[in-house]
Design a protein around this ligand. Structure first.
Ligand code: AMP
Ligand code: ZN
Length: 472
């Protein structure tokens, strides 16, 4: 079966033809570990996980590499603004190293809660400084760099196809990137490969290099690590759409200049998760994490299910109400599956031809540029089918769940919805506060116990009463 994807580079839906038959080399940009990943970031990682599992479902062998950015990423994505790692360290009064390891672990935990499979290689930027230095030396030897004010820059004028991925004119790219003008750049779109002259007086992460003690710019890590683990050419590179105009554009320029070869055949980008106030972002401070959702009574897989109900190339509007709908739909689905499992019997025979027909219909949907909503329609057809017996249904549900990864046949969270009605909880808190004011301790305790009964624990503090769910 042909696998179709939308290639951001050509702006076309294309059949995926790998460099090597049956094998896919895939690189995805990983997190900058200076804060928790928000659910917008995690939408991108869920999409990449579904892409990888869909490729595996139809028989490709996938080698997947993802970096951990623990150095060099400035706020603007180009060379302006504060150093993100230093911002985290300042905020929490920790060292940059402590921040990096803490948030890397938190990120990997979120991935595990979301059933995101670990890539074949997860590589930290700070452990690949030598590879980056060698890469910059290669660019230097070929005349693509210059040194100004102590820093090594990539000269984009030496790479004529610079604006191709973003499909913008140089003027448009410039307008989008210019926040603060660096007078040492020959072209405002040039970017730093290696800083020796850090504008941050307290720069802690520094390494010796042929250009002096310093640290790498952000973009170089992805090219250096991708080539180290996957070779000079790869099939797929992914990330969120915000990476198109700066990060991925710069990655292409430096990679193709270093090798003289086309680097990536398919660029696949995920659209944003947005809320009422726009794109969810860490810098706005107004972001939602997985643990915040858990506190509100949702499971991480409710969020995964929510993401899978939309196509990855569409903006996804997040609200707690729509997540509530997803949670209820997932619980309903699990209940139906539980009934099938309970009714099943090992004596039922699985007819391979019947099962294959549904597998092909499912594969056709995921091969259609990951049409996950339609893939769920096939799942519902299996559940309702009158031609399939229970064991065939269970077999197919488990098979599809290799891609969905929602633990559909596991007995978790499958009882009636455990969602907490927030307005009810808030109303009881008001009543309890009133009772406490009247010194009616019996009533106040009664209300506390009612809430414990629905898995809500109250926390009294100087600021008032808050609540959290008790994980049973
Ligand atoms: P960062 O940790 O900021 O480098 O971002 C990690 C990944 O999340 C990148 O692929 C981003 O493009 C992606 N991303 C950031 N914000 C959002 C959002 N609101 N919705 C979807 N993806 C996002
Ligand atoms: Zn990258």
């Amino acid at each position: 079966m042909k696998f179709y994807v939308y290639n951001s580079f050509t702006r076309q839906r294309e059949e995926l033809v790998p460099l090597e038959k049956g094998k896919i080399k895939m690189y995805t940009c990983g997190p900058t570990v200076y804060n928790y990943a928000h659910i917008g970031n995690l939408r991108a990682y869920v999409f990449e996980d579904v892409l990888k599992k869909s490729l595996q479902y139809v028989g490709f062998e996938v080698k997947h590499v993802m970096n951990i950015t623990d150095v060099g990423h400035l706020e603007s994505d180009s060379d302006t603004g504060e150093d993100k790692m230093a911002l985290g360290a300042f905020r929490e009064k920790k060292t940059v190293w402590e921040i990096a390891r803490f948030y890397e672990e938190a990120f990997l935990k979120d991935c595990s809660l979301l059933n995101i499979a670990l890539p074949s290689v997860v590589c930290r930027a700070t452990e690949h400084i030598e590879d980056m230095i060698k890469f910059i030396q290669k660019l230097e030897a070929k005349g693509f760099t210059y040194i100004a004010n102590g820093n090594v820059y990539f000269s984009i004028d030496k790479y004529p196809d610079y604006a191709k991925l973003a499909n913008l004119s140089m003027e448009e790219l410039e307008a989008g990137s210019r926040v603060e003008i660096d007078p040492f750049k020959k072209n405002p779109l040039d970017f730093v490969l290696w800083f020796t002259n850090s504008k941050f007086s307290n720069q802690i992460m520094q390494w010796e290099s042929p250009w002096g003690k310093g640290f790498p710019g952000w973009h170089i890590e992805c090219s250096a690590m991708s080539m180290k683990y996957l070779g000079e050419r790869i099939d797929i590179h992914c990330g969120g759409i915000d990476h198109i105009p700066v990060h991925h554009t710069n990655e292409i320029a430096q990679s193709e200049s270093a090798t003289g070869k086309k680097w990536v055949n398919y660029w696949i980008h995920c659209e944003f998760l947005v809320n009422d106030s726009g794109k969810m972002s860490k810098s706005s401070g107004d972001f939602i994490t997985i643990s915040r959702l858990e506190e509100k009574g949702f499971s991480p897989l409710d969020y995964r299910y929510f993401c899978l109900q939309s196509r990855y190339r569409k903006q996804l509007l997040f609200s707690l109400d729509s997540l509530k709908d997803s949670k209820q739909a997932l619980n309903k689905l699990r209940n139906k599956i539980r009934h099938i499992i309970e009714a099943g019997s090992k004596d039922e025979i699985i007819n391979e031809n019947k099962v294959k027909k549904y597998q092909q219909r499912f594969a056709a949907q995921i091969c259609d540029d990951l049409n996950t909503p339609n893939a769920f329609t096939v799942l519902h057809e299996v559940i309702k089918s009158e031609e399939l017996n229970h064991e065939e249904k269970i077999y197919l549900i488990e098979d599809f769940d290799k891609v969905f990864s929602l633990n559909l046949t596991k007995n978790e969270d499958s009882k009636e919805s455990s969602l907490i009605d927030e307005s009810y909880v808030n109303q009881l808190i008001v009543e309890r506060n009133e009772a406490r004011k009247q010194k009616d301790w019996t009533k106040a305790d009664e209300i506390r116990n009612i809430l414990i009964g629905i898995n809500v624990e109250l926390i009294d503090s100087k600021e008032g009463t808050s609540w959290r769910t008790i994980n049973s």
